[in-house]
Design a protein around this ligand. Structure first.
Ligand SMILES: Cc1cc2nc3c(=O)[nH]c(=O)nc-3n(C[C@H](O)[C@H](O)[C@H](O)COP(=O)(O)OP(=O)(O)OC[C@H]3O[C@@H](n4cnc5c(N)ncnc54)[C@H](O)[C@@H]3O)c2cc1C
Length: 304
């Protein structure tokens, strides 16, 4: 503890704007997460390497937070530095969109649409940052962000800042190589096709409004195990809609969405998700894998 205080004070000397004991629940879709020991906002993507290098030098664990739409933080918080990515510049040159990684995907889509660019339009209503989207290859209605990535600026401690093309990321269903390498996305260049005459935005918005639960939710908890057998369908078939653990409930509208009804905790999410996984396995012999990212106070993945 004393050791930490010493490190934290040295970090504060370099970055006086750092805040201490900041509740992470306020930044996450589930409204779950205890305090981060240290919390810093990055307003420019090139702030991020600076923050990370200092944290590494002082051996302070760090975690990159985007829109908080796919993350379940620990109830005791994060023992280290949370870097909240608010670097949100967007430029459009012809059919190329260059966005800092903290740009909100919905804003990127809207700005592209203003310039008559489409492609990513089916992801309208998908919340979070473009950096978070690249990390998990977010997608909806038949398209994924990886389909449109031309290049990405990345940072990691060994290579510094570098630029990689789409093949590097090994994009697959809700996954990219970043889940292994933990490199940080600084900015993303998308190459977009012209807006289709059948601009799908309105239809998608209507679909989301009708089919998706509202409130403290973070999209699908589990990945779909097969294209023709969604996790939501299996959870529903297993009779688990409405099941609760503490303040967390399986949505009655969509079996794969968990909802924080007010005072839910990470422990409730984990207990409920494990229960669902076990029941689905018992009934259908299908192993569900989480899509939401659940981490402990040191940033390690919590197994479901
Ligand atoms: C209402 C709702 C609907 C949703 N619908 C969909 C959907 O249709 N399809 C879908 O795919 N998802 C959906 N999601 C989930 C979520 O929107 C996506 O996973 C989104 O891409 C997460 O982005 P984020 O910025 O919020 O990431 P966060 O939740 O902040 O972070 C998620 C992970 O990405 C990492 N990360 C974030 N930024 C960076 C960066 N710059 N560099 C490296 N790593 C980074 C974080 O460290 C963390 O491990 C939905 C969520 C909600 C709340």
């Amino acid at each position: 503890m004393e050791e930490n205080i010493k490190k934290y004070n040295l970090f504060k000397e370099k970055f006086p704007q750092v805040r201490e004991n900041v509740e992470l629940s306020q930044f996450t879709a589930y409204k779950i997460g205890g305090p981060a020991d240290l919390y810093l906002e990055a307003r420019d993507s090139y702030d991020i390497p600076e923050f990370v290098e200092k944290a590494l030098e002082l051996e302070i664990p760090y975690y990159i937070l985007g829109g908080g739409c796919n993350i379940v933080f620990s109830d005791v918080g994060f023992e280290g530095l949370v870097i909240h990515n608010k670097a949100n510049g967007i430029e459009i040159h012809g059919s190329r969109v260059v966005a800092e990684s903290g740009a909100i995907l919905g804003v990127v889509i809207a700005k592209a649409r203003e310039k008559e660019l489409g492609g990513i339009i089916n992801m309208v209503g998908l919340p979070g940052t473009i950096g978070g989207a690249v990390y998990g290859n977010a997608g909806a209605h038949g398209v994924e962000i990886g389909d449109f990535v031309e290049s990405v600026k990345l940072f990691d401690k060994d290579s510094g800042v570098k630029e990689e093309g789409p093949e590097y990321f090994q994009f697959s269903y809700r996954s990219s190589i970043l889940k292994k390498t933990h490199e940080i996305v600084l900015s993303v260049t998308l190459l977009l096709p012209p807006l289709d005459q059948n601009d799908a935005a309105l239809e998608v918005v209507k679909f989301r409004a009708a089919k998706q639960p509202k409130g403290n939710v973070a999209g699908s908890f589990f990945k779909n195990p097969r294209a023709n057998e969604s996790a939501g369908f299996l959870i529903d078939k297993a009779g688990l809609k409405g099941t609760r653990e503490g303040g967390i409930e399986v949505s009655l509208l969509h079996g794969n969405w968990l909802m924080n009804t007010g005072n839910g905790t990470q422990k409730n999410v984990v207990d409920l998700a494990r229960k669902i996984k076990k029941e689905v396995y018992n009934q259908f012999k299908i192993e569900l894998e989480p899509e939401n990212i659940v981490i402990d106070e040191r940033g390690n993945k919590v197994d479901i």
